[in-house]
Design a protein around this ligand. Structure first.
Ligand SMILES: Cc1cc2nc3c(=O)[nH]c(=O)nc-3n(C[C@H](O)[C@H](O)[C@H](O)COP(=O)(O)OP(=O)(O)OC[C@H]3O[C@@H](n4cnc5c(N)ncnc54)[C@H](O)[C@@H]3O)c2cc1C
Length: 446
């Protein structure tokens, strides 16, 4: 292929895909709506972080970026649960420190990816947002921040332009994609816990902190500088709801009532609340992800999910790995894009469903006695049958087996855990003979 492939969006997925394709020797051009964050800073300088797990790490490894990214990552061993004024307790994610996830800075990661894409030979134009596509003429138009328009030809367009994708809108306008967006009805607000004066972490460094409160929750992920990025997830309307938190006094009263143990940590609560936007959450499902060999969508543009499994970026990076591998196999873009959609769509649907379920688990079930018993039994069974019974969280976060398989196996395991803990209250009373027999008959080796 001599004419370049054009990627819309140099966010996380666009920049990783550009790197992988350029390293494969393909000509790649990328355009991005925002100015270059290496010159202007990222997102107004706010520290926003993300949980990076094995699927995402695998993509970064293929791009040669694992050492750079891991040098700036903070290990998270599990969930540190803050219930009322009781001392917080850690629920490990995996069996030991070989099964953990990592908190990374979104801005730092994006900048590393942009550097890698350019070093590999990709051409990136900043401050150009996609405006229109002329499908018949194979041309697209962009607009700069100052309103200047420019026109370009293309061979194929890849939409890595996020949940509000302009390429998706252009594809949909020409031929409907079967788009369905389910709003969650809950939004989010980013807050912060500063580092200690002179450096250091105010709460346990190596954990993802959760303050579960039933229908809503607060979480905090560590940053290398000792601070934490905190996110409040809350219904958009109701009591409590974002629509009620209209002034500083209402914010302070709500936190004093529901998160009194977090208030002393949130040094700039009222200012953060007023300054940071309230984000919207939902699940995007599309019937079609591509338009012949002319265009295809990846990452959030194809399948935005709710963030409760910490997998949106990880899933987007898996998309990049899959699309890169397919482009290495064939020049027939209609085949490549069709195959990409066929392979990735069931998996994107599976992680979207699992992410929705995880909201209920995180905000509610983590503090429940039955849930904690099931977690202990799950660990016991995983140790007895390491090749057959792999906890669903581990399949999603520490392995790369397709999400759809993780979901299907997770369902079998969940039924077993429910049955085993139905009438017993302690892990020592579990019917292990029954568990062993059902695991051998219902779960194949992986
Ligand atoms: C609160 C929250 C927490 C999250 N936490 C996690 C987590 O812990 N772990 C995880 O894996 N995922 C997490 N996610 C999900 C993750 O942020 C997304 O899945 C990921 O950013 C998707 O990458 P992307 O490249 O597809 O989209 P984006 O990162 O949104 O990038 C899209 C890019 O396209 C550009 N763009 C947009 N429109 C245009 C246009 N018209 N023309 C040109 N460029 C354009 C944008 O400026 C941007 O740079 C979280 C999401 C939220 C909302």
């Amino acid at each position: 292929m001599t004419q370049p492939i054009t990627i819309a969006g140099a966010g996380l997925a666009g920049a990783l895909l550009a790197t992988l394709l350029a390293r494969r020797g393909l000509a790649v051009e990328v355009f991005e709506r925002r100015p270059d964050p290496r010159r202007t800073g990222y997102e107004g300088g706010r520290s926003i972080n993300l949980a990076l797990a094995e699927r995402g790490l695998h993509g970064l490894r293929l791009a040669g970026l694992e050492p750079v990214v891991m040098a700036q990552a903070v290990m998270m061993r599990g969930r540190m649960i803050h219930e009322g004024m009781d001392p917080p307790f850690l629920q490990r994610y995996g069996r030991d420190d070989s099964e953990v996830i990592w908190s990374v800075s979104r801005g730092g990661l994006n900048i590393s990816l942009l550097d890698a894409a350019e070093a590999a030979g990709a051409r990136i134009r900043f401050d150009e947002r996609l405006d229109q596509v002329d499908w018949a003429g194979r041309r697209y138009r962009t607009i700069s921040g100052t309103g200047q328009t420019s026109e370009h030809g293309f061979r194929a367009l890849i939409g890595a332009d996020g949940a509000g994708s302009a390429l998706r809108a252009a594809m949909n306008a020409a031929r409907p994609l079967g788009e369905h967006f389910e709003p969650l009805g809950h939004g989010y607000k980013e807050l912060s816990i500063p580092a200690k004066a002179g450096g250091g972490f105010r709460i346990e460094r190596n954990a993802l902190h959760i303050w579960p409160r039933g229908g809503y929750m607060l979480i905090a992920l560590p940053n290398v500088d000792g601070s934490f990025t905190v996110t409040l997830f809350l219904p958009n309307e109701g009591d409590p709801g974002f629509d009620q938190l209209t002034d500083a006094a209402a914010v302070r009263d709500f936190f004093a009532r529901d998160f009194p143990d977090a208030v002393p940590l949130l040094a700039d609560l009222e200012a953060d609340f007023a300054d940071n936007p309230t984000g919207m959450l939902g699940t995007l499902r599309l019937e079609h992800w591509h338009r012949g060999g002319e265009a295809v969508l990846i990452g959030d543009a194809a399948h935005a999910l709710v963030p409760f499994h910490g997998q949106g970026m990880n899933c987007a990076f898996e998309d990049c790995v899959e699309l890169d591998a397919l482009l290495g196999q064939s020049d027939d873009l209609a085949w490549v894009f069709g195959e990409f959609e066929a392979r990735r769509k069931p998996n994107a649907q599976a992680i979207a469903d699992m992410a929705l379920e995880n909201y209920i688990e995180m905000r509610d079930a983590v503090a429940d006695d039955r849930y904690q018993l099931m977690k202990k039994v799950e660990r016991l069974l995983a140790d007895r049958h390491p090749t057959r019974f792999v906890p669903r969280y581990a399949m999603v976060s520490f392995r790369r087996i397709p999400y759809a398989q993780a979901q299907a196996r997770g369902l079998v395991q969940s039924r077993l855990l429910h049955d085993l803990t139905e009438v017993v209250t302690g892990v020592d009373r579990i019917d292990l003979a029954l568990a062993d027999q059902r695991i051998r008959s219902e779960l194949s080796e992986i």
